[in-house]
Design a protein around this ligand. Structure first.
Ligand code: FAD
Length: 461
């Protein structure tokens, strides 16, 4: 579509000056400075009628009401780590200005706005010896991760990040600002933890902060030529770990880019990640057998402050066109490891940048104190692939990911985690939930969003 066509549609669909008059935040139409919005995953196609930097929950309510009156939908973005498209029937709410981050050390909680990234909460909590239960990348948005559950480097010790939510402030699709907690709008509280943006746009969350300052953690990098040996040893070793520890393993082909350590750049490596809250001596003893399985290129596991948790996975931070695929696995057999090595090991001509296995179980598999819409707690591993869609390899990246996922299907549970999906395809979203959860989420969405204003992106309908 040309810019002129876009502008005509934009004028036809909505009088944005009317919206501007109703909110404190800023409204940007196509072509206006502030409209273009680049998130982490630049594959997202963003052509909304307007982008709105909301200033508070009342702004969100006004945007949703406006969209309902004009037959439009509303999408949401904090950091753009997930690639969700918006078209000209949509308004895109950006939450960056919702930047409240207040730690209450006595209550061991943090009140966090929808625009805040995990590192900000980590840094605010650290002086009090407290730690939010975050994911591997502290640059990810707090609310975005919690809305999909949240599985981090200490998942087997602390469980699902969303289990630490005390309450939400949320604007539902009928434009009403509500509080959701176990004792208030309990059905919303259930569905907001796992249902992504299905039931509303979250404006603020209160989370519990466990006590933790230090851990024994990091990654050991081996030469890719040792992939079969390392993966096989990891397969046997990981199930022996105590609940104090969590681990993942990644086959990585990192390019020579700023931020990638020279000894890892431009070569094939295998990273064993480990994080434990046990005393350093006990953790080191638990790690010893995998540590010595091959000659490491770099051994960066040791005592570290929780605030440095991002160093364990060392996920990329710069925007890039990411293609992700994966699945939950019920088991990891010898044959599964051989298959994975065949697909992504030293002899595989793969274009995938990373193929990762995260061990699940431990506290994640426990019955939660308050149930949520997060399903598949019983899966044993999460398999995740990352490729970069750049010419001339973009088609090969997709084909390589598809081939790997197909090859690993014999060990799949059939389920996926909402946070590792980034898709608006109903069939893909369906894999994130069991039948009852889908039915409940869809029914609650009809109740709270009768006009289907939030029916865009990764939502259940
Ligand atoms: C490098 C990297 C590492 C990751 N590591 C982990 C990990 O360890 N564990 C894990 O669980 N996930 C992980 N993820 C996945 C991540 O949690 C999801 O992509 C998450 O949706 C990102 O949220 P965001 O706000 O940063 O991104 P955005 O693209 O801004 O938002 C993504 C989605 O989150 C939802 N959302 C965001 N804001 C709101 C809101 N205010 N109200 C309602 N819904 C909202 C919407 O569905 C939105 O489409 C990782 C992703 C990347 C790219």
């Amino acid at each position: 579509m040309t810019y002129q066509q876009h502008l005509t549609d934009f004028n036809r669909l909505a009088d944005l000056d009317g919206l501007r008059a109703k909110i404190r935040g800023a409204v940007y139409g196509p072509g206006e400075t502030g409209y273009d919005t680049v998130g982490f995953n630049v594959t997202a196609v963003n052509e909304p009628t307007a982008v709105i930097d909301v200033a508070d929950a009342r702004d969100v309510a006004a945007v949703i009401a406006f969209a309902g009156e004009h037959g439009m939908t509303v999408g949401v973005r904090a950091t753009g780590h997930a690639a969700i498209d918006t078209d000209r029937r949509s308004l895109l709410v950006r939450t960056g200005a919702l930047d409240t981050c207040e730690v209450d050390p006595a209550d061991r909680t943090a009140r966090v706005g929808a625009g805040v990234r995990w590192q900000q909460v980590i840094d605010a909590a650290a002086p009090h010896g407290l730690a939010p239960v975050c994911g591997s990348a502290p640059g990810v948005g707090v609310v975005g991760l919690l809305s999909g559950g949240g599985v981090g480097p200490l998942v087997r010790t602390f469980g699902l990040s969303a289990d630490y939510v005390r309450s939400f402030e949320v604007v539902t699709g009928d434009g009403v600002i509500r509080r959701a907690a176990p004792d208030e709008n309990a059905e919303l509280f259930w569905g907001l933890r796992g249902g992504k943006a299905t039931l509303g746009l979250i404006t603020e969350v209160v989370i519990e902060l466990p006590e933790l300052s230090e851990m024994y953690a990091g990654a050991i990098y081996f030469d890719g030529a040792d992939a079969a040996v390392v993966l096989d040893a990891w397969r046997v070793w990981a199930p022996t770990l105590s609940r104090s520890a969590s681990t993942s393993v990644a086959l990585m082909r990192l390019p020579e880019l700023p931020g990638v350590p020279p000894m890892l750049a431009g070569r094939f490596t295998v990273a064993v990640r480990y994080a434990s809250v046990a005393p350093a001596s006990a953790a080191a003893a638990e790690l010893a057998s995998i540590r010595s399985v091959a000659a490491p290129i770099l051994d960066a596991v040791g005592p570290m402050p929780y605030a440095a948790i991002g160093a364990i996975h060392a996920d990329p931070v710069d925007p890039m066109p990411v293609h992700e695929a994966g699945m939950l696995l019920g088991e990891l057999t010898d044959e599964a490891v051989q298959t994975l090595v065949g697909q992504a090991g030293p002899d595989a001509a793969t274009t995938l940048l990373m193929v990762e296995l995260r061990q699940l179980g431990g506290a994640l598999a426990d019955e939660p104190a308050v149930h949520s819409a997060y399903c598949h707690r019983d899966a044993a591993y999460n398999l995740h692939t990352v490729g970069v869609l750049v010419r001339p390899i973009e088609q090969a990246v997709v084909a390589d990911a598809d081939r790997l996922v197909d090859a690993m299907r014999p060990w799949a549970t059939g389920g996926r985690m909402p946070n590792f999906v980034s898709s608006a395809d109903p069939a893909v979203i369906r894999t994130c939930y069991d039948d009852d959860t889908v039915a409940w989420l869809a029914a609650l969405a009809r109740q709270h969003d009768p006009r289907g204003v939030l029916a865009v992106g990764q939502v259940v309908r």
